[in-house]
Ligand binder design. Sequence first.
Ligand code: LMR
Length: 399
Amino acid sequence: MSVFEHVRLVPADPILGLTEAFKADERTSKVNLGIGVYLDENGQLPLMECVHAAEDRLAAAAKPHAYLPIDGLPGYVRLVRELVFGADSPAVTQGRIATVQSLGGTGALRVGADFIATLSPGAPVLISDPSWENHRAIFTRAGFTVGAYRYYDAEAKTIDFEGMIADLEAAQPGTVVVLHACCHNPTGYDLNPEQWGRVIRVITDREMIPFLDMAYQGFRAGVAEDGAVISRFAEAGLPVFVSTSFSKSFGLYGERVGALHIVCRDAEEATRVLSQVKICIRTNYSNPSTHGAAIVAEVLGDPTQRTSWEQELGRMRDRIKRMRIRLVEALRSEGVGDMDFIAQQAGMFSYSGLTRDQMLALRRDHGIYGTEKGRMCVAALNDGNLEAVAKAIAAVRDR
Ligand code: LMR
């Protein structure tokens, strides 16, 4: 009798599992629109110029591989906090933000969830409906019961803002509300500044805990523009959790480099909070790895490099926007005239409105991979695959 006798086989991860299936597909015409990864016009994962140059500098001054502190590389931690909140923001200058380096955005969410579980184990958690597939799993695994607030109106292809507000108003004090700061994953629809104002008011009045996930900073309008909402929360006088990531904006997917920030009332509170978060890290993976954080610190710490990074990121953002427009045009040429909304969405994804059966047919009959819920990564489109994708979408809609 094996101790593993009753271990249940679970289905592959809805996003990462797609990449495994894509790799195993032998068709040369296959296209991976499953995972949120930016590919260049040649369909390749780019090594960003600023990253390449930083790696050259780091290699030229090679150092022994010491442990990092539990909360990460000090220069990185400071620069990331200033990038996310603004160097002059009162929360930064007053020292009331506890920041730790994390293993990507996912690691920040999990460390944050583990810390909240020590404070308020029974707190309800609300995520958007729909949300990134892993949000529910992370908070469930950390011991929470996860519910959802209305977010997307599938019929009208827009945000169900009144539904969202009604659900937040009905939530109990202490509820953790997970929000997408920009480039909502999977829908691509973001709140406007006025709507954010209302959300902040409801969350403040109801004494809830906002947890802002910002994995795509810079992919909507720009680094500062996309981050502006974070400062608004930080100044609202609430406890705020923020998870950030450089997987997408620096193309550092495999380095797992992100950060968790917790905005506190004052510096003394931030010191106590940081000490507890360090326990969550120490008892999980001890301390983070160096290379990715050193690259980001090299770039953000040098004004010229930082400007080149923002310009490079801007070119990526513009290319995605062009691909959205080109896809709408190509679909129209194939007789699909009701998917113009693709050009209105922001970030890497388009929530196509295709059914699960249509998505499975895209994969099976055309080698085009997107999630079963209809999400497609438009950042993986290029002039070479776009027409085939449009033709395949038209074909599965006609079935
Ligand atoms: C995605 O949503 O595709 C990315 O955030 C990658 C991931 O970890 O799921």
